[in-house]
Ligand binder design. Sequence first.
Ligand SMILES: NC(=O)NCCC[C@H](N)C(=O)O
Length: 410
Amino acid sequence: MEINVSSEIGHLQGVIVHTPGHEVSLVNPELKDELLFDDIIFEDDARGEHLDMLDVFKTAMPADGKVIEILDIFEEVLQKEDARAYFIEQMVKEFPEANLQLVEPELLKLDPKELLVFITQGYLKNSKGFTLHPSPNLLFTRDLAAVVDSGILISRAAKKARLRESLLMETLVQFHPLFDSVRDNAIRISGHQSIEGGDVLVVNKKLVLIGMSERTSFSGLMKGTEGLLKSGVETVLAVDIPKQRSSMHLDTIFTFADRNECIAFPPAIMEQKNNVVALFKDGDSIKTEMRISLQQALEESTGESFNFIKCGGEDRTNQFREQWTDGANVFALAPGIIVGYERNTNTFNTLVDHGYDLMTQFEFVEEYGNKEFSPSNGQKIAISFQGHELCRGRGGARCMTLPISRKPLH
Ligand SMILES: NC(=O)NCCC[C@H](N)C(=O)O
């Protein structure tokens, strides 16, 4: 499969996901805040909801489309002794407080399956009492990297609770053949810098948005921008967003639904002024220019107009409630074909006002499950799926997906 994503909405052909496993059952109420979950979640239902969501993806994708479970490809990588050694070495280095050097010889002896248990659940067989915290946020594969055109930017998580996922992604890119074409030019963020994939939105191959958020530091943003500008992107729009839990990434308050159509959380996007800086290449350095708003910046950079649909509709309380449960975090399966949590009813009603047909996940699978889904030009469908457990991890459909291949837009 060719790695290529040149928009947020091109027909999905390849996506990396993680269906939640036992690691989510290891989040206890005492630890949930440190582990970035807002509640404890029920594993069986979360898994069922996730698998149902994947059914929708598979229904909408072309016959040769691929939904890839990240632990499947990571297990393949861990068959290689040098990959196991590399990953363990990074873990020892990045988590000095965990004293992993004490169990390094045992870690090196683990078979791939046992190592996966250690990575996801923190549990080390035969080493009594030696545990790390689990990795429940692996569910949000979006934040591990961003494919931009035919390159990849590997995230470096801002929070310790997610840093293990960054090492996993780095190891995947280093060792899995899926990433052969992007390995050598991958953009990497080092040291104390941070950037997370939920902050990176690909408008087109020349234009990328990066959120300056709770999770993406200024130097992480600049380093990411430098790499993107070298790789052929012409403009990065840095979007300053509130640094807070409810909007920890740009994609929690802003996503693309169709050509020139987005869903936005009004208070943090539509009602902000002078919150966007355009970054371009200027010889060997980077030039900056202020922009009045995200809408103006998008329109000026593309020469096209954009329609911003309000997450939660007109009512203020609904805007806040539905942003909290990821109403603004939709995932596009194709231009105008989006999925989002069913519970965000006001957002769905607003989408209907903007010409979307509403379908539940079951109606969509029933209608298109036995035939190839080829979206016609101008067709708009908003597909709702149930995620009452999933949404307690504080992420929506876009957060749970790392697209690696989308058809180019014409
Ligand atoms: N792109 C996203 O917004 N991802 C959601 C991440 C949720 C996760 N519990 C976190 O706090 O990192």
